[in-house]
Design a binder for this molecule. Structure first.
Ligand code: GLA
Length: 727
């Protein structure tokens, strides 16, 4: 079927209803998605790939490259196989016959949106499919709004956000599997026929077991800077399901909320909006996918993504629950002396009737423990001000302990079942609040609002969530809507976060959930950053941060220098290696400074100063992953570069150590071959012992094609080098 280029031209100049247009080309700078939507017919995806123009559409069809793939296949009619939607209509009919009613195209402040409205041929049931091309990025997202226009409830058994065809060939899947303390570990595998499902059922921490983000390569084993790769992420913080359905000739990605235990009843006149599935298409391998997502995140999916992040000291590994006035004041003085900009008081500061001394009490009682902090938060803020640093605080506002005044007052605010004993989490007493309940939403908003009203100087909040939904029961939702808990919990949480952001747009908030349990684009728009993992071991972080970097930018990746030996692994690693790893993300410290030697404090002060110098390159630059730790070459390396390629930072970490070991050459893909770069050692082990590359001026051509032989000798050798293009 050929399109009419004249008609297409018209579509793009008129932000109006265009029921007669058939081919809708949705484009970013480098990518295009082609939808075919004829009135009264099914809507289909015909193409997703490198950018094409209206004049190329007929070639897509003529070359036999059109997919003809139903954009939202419904159960019960026309075909077999995987579907996007399955319902039970009021008369028991389980089929839908969705056809195009109309197509709208319009521009919002951040995007160009194409809305395809599908209607059932017989029943008053509507599915609005949205395609959003974000301005200035290469990300297109899609989601649906499902509307029941009838006068009786409709049951939704399946309600995907996206059903995306992928060109079948030598497809490989990259995904990010993990666990507590071992988050986001890259896995790559060839997609054979059958189904591969990446899913999660650990709400509200959905990123520990597997991140809701995947890459699919179209032409063999995925590589960093070459090859055609689709990347996609589900912007949802709850249970999710990403299904890759492959046969000899077809491959489809079906992504959305995980419908298991989440049958949704749509009352008359009500609608359900599914989360965005955001995707990009890269001609330059996985690196291209990552850079596209990082830019999108900084522009649209991160609170204040264009503002540099402070260098902080977080108190957790330094004192754990043993918070007191003198201890906090000493830590503030120490981090300020090393050049830090922010101090965050972690867990252990609250509760009066039940002071928080371990994980078994006090969550919900968000009042300062007078015994531990007699001068209150004001006293701490004054100390921070005297040290010329900012002050931040830890909370876990969605939670309670059964040993808390909150639980004594409101046992009905907790997700639980009245006729069964409570299952509890951390400390044997932790439970989760019922965020489906508007009164609970008010309370959770109030936790932040009260803190900020009484202490407006608070600059940073670490928002933790250390418990899953272990008691599936809401005292707020009616009996017939108990299956909505997983979904309504997150909608409730989003409402709270929207209120917080409306009132406190500049407050820095970190998303933490037992480490990296909430690294997803469902929550990140409300947050400034995330805690990557509770595991701060620098060597294991090389792997975790490698995986995390595939979809999430360095500016958001909390990365802290911690004690020697490391508290999680017991590994002993030089301070330089620990800094070089932490400096590749949002640098911070998670240590007791009073236990550091004078020599280590001098090193830390110099490294912090060096980070400040290159911070804009790390936090706003483009990432190029150079040597993967998973290739077992004994070396991992990555770099950040400005878009103009005039400044860059190179990081390299020796990941194993043997006699007569061959250290691979590192080819710097993020440089301009026509420029010359001066190299500066950012973190010399001793100020007067810079590495042998320091001060050298090397051509971009050599750096990129021939590569650098890095002077990495001892165990846990590492380098952080700045490259500056010479005028
Ligand atoms: C979680 C977080 C840690 C720390 C503790 C405090 O485990 O991930 O960083 O804040 O809670 O209890």
């Amino acid at each position: 079927m050929k399109s009419n280029p004249l008609l297409l031209g018209l579509c793009f100049s008129l932000p109006c209803l265009l029921a007669s247009a058939k081919d809708y080309l949705i484009s970013t700078n480098q990518t295009s998605l082609l939808i075919k939507a004829d009135q009264g017919q099914m809507s289909s995806i015909q193409y997703y790939g490198s950018r094409i123009d209206a004049k190329d559409i007929s070639s897509v069809y003529d070359a036999g490259q059109a997919f003809w793939s139903n954009s939202y296949p419904a159960f019960g009619l026309h075909s077999w196989g995987e579907k996007a939607i399955e319902v039970v209509l009021p008369d028991g009919n389980m089929s839908l016959d969705l056809v195009v009613d109309q197509v709208k195209e319009y521009t919002s402040s951040d995007a160009r949106i194409t809305e395809v409205i599908l209607k059932d041929k017989v029943y008053p049931f509507v599915v609005k499919q949205f395609y959003k091309a974000y301005k200035g990025t290469d990300v297109i997202s899609t989601w649906v709004e499902i509307v029941n226009n009838g006068d009786k409830p409709v049951v939704l058994n399946q309600f995907a956000s996206a059903y995306i065809p992928v060109r079948r060939g030598d497809n490989w899947l990259t995904h990010f599997h993990g666990n507590w303390g071992d988050e986001c570990i890259m896995e790559e595998e060839k997609l054979t026929n059958g189904q591969k499902v990446i899913s999660n059922k650990s709400a509200p921490r959905n990123a520990h077991s597997d991140n809701p983000s995947i890459m699919v390569s179209l032409d063999g084993q995925p590589r960093e800077e070459v090859g055609h790769v689709i990347g996609g992420t589900l912007a949802w913080a709850g249970n999710y399901d990403i299904r890759l359905d492959a046969t000899n000739n077809d491959l489809n990605i079906i992504a959305g909320i995980n419908e298991d235990s989440s049958r949704y009843i749509l009352d008359p006149g009500r609608s359900l909006t599914t989360p965005e599935w955001a995707m990009t298409y890269s001609e330059s391998g996985k690196g291209g996918v990552s850079r596209a997502f990082h830019r999108w995140a900084r522009s649209y999916k991160l609170n204040r993504g264009h503002v540099t992040r402070d260098i902080l000291l977080n108190s957790w590994e330094g004192v754990y629950f043993k918070v007191n006035q003198a201890g906090m004041e000493q830590m503030m003085k120490d981090i300020a002396a090393m050049g830090g900009e922010l101090f965050v008081m972690d867990d252990g500061w609250f509760g009066n009737k039940y002071p928080r001394n371990d994980g078994s009490s006090s969550l919900g009682d968000w009042v300062v423990c007078k015994e531990k902090l007699p001068k209150g938060l004001d006293g701490l803020i004054q100390s921070a001000q005297a040290n010329k640093i900012k002050f931040g605080i830890w909370i876990e506002p969605e939670m309670a302990n059964t040993k808390s005044e909150l639980f004594e007052r409101h046992p009905e605010w907790v997700l639980s079942q009245s006729n069964r004993p409570l299952s509890t989490g951390r400390g044997g007493t932790q439970v989760i609040l019922d965020l489906t309940n508007p009164a609970v939403q008010d309370f959770v908003f109030g936790v932040v609002d009260n803190l900020m009203t009484t202490c407006p100087q608070i600059a940073y909040i670490k928002w933790d969530a250390n418990c899953g939904i272990m008691n599936y029961g809401s005292h707020y939702l009616p009996a017939d809507k108990q299956s909505h808990i997983y979904i309504e919990y997150h909608k409730g949480l989003q409402k709270v976060l929207e209120r917080i952001r409306a009132k406190y747009p500049n407050l820095v908030i970190q998303a933490c959930a037992s480490g990296g349990g909430r690294v997803n684009y469902g929550l990140l728009p409300y947050f400034d950053e995330f805690w990557t993992s509770d595991n701060t071991d620098a060597l294991q972080r090389v792997y975790m941060q490698w995986g995390t970097s595939h979809f999430y930018p360095a500016i958001a990746m909390g990365s802290h220098v911690s004690a020697n030996k490391n508290h999680q692994t017991g590994r002993v690693v030089p301070l330089k290696f620990r800094f070089d790893v932490a400096m590749s993300g949002r640098l911070g410290m998670e240590i007791q400074p009073k236990d550091m030697s004078a020599e280590d404090k001098i090193f830390a002060t110099q490294a912090i100063a060096a980070y400040k110098k290159v911070r804009p390159i790390v936090q706003f630059g483009d990432l190029y992953r150079l040597i993967s730790p998973h290739d077992n070459l004994g070396l991992a390396s990555l770099m950040y570069a400005t878009p103009e390629l005039n400044r860059a930072v190179l990081f390299a970490y020796k990941t194993s150590h043997f006699v007569n070991q061959n250290i691979p050459v590192v080819r710097l893909t993020g440089v301009d071959p026509d420029k010359y770069y001066k190299i500066e050692d950012l973190t010399p082990a001793k100020a007067d012992k810079k590495c042998s590359l320091h001060g050298k001026i090397i051509s971009g051509k050599v750096l990129k094609e021939t590569g650098l032989k890095l002077p990495l000798k001892g165990e846990y050798s590492s380098l952080a080098l700045e490259l500056t293009a010479q005028p």
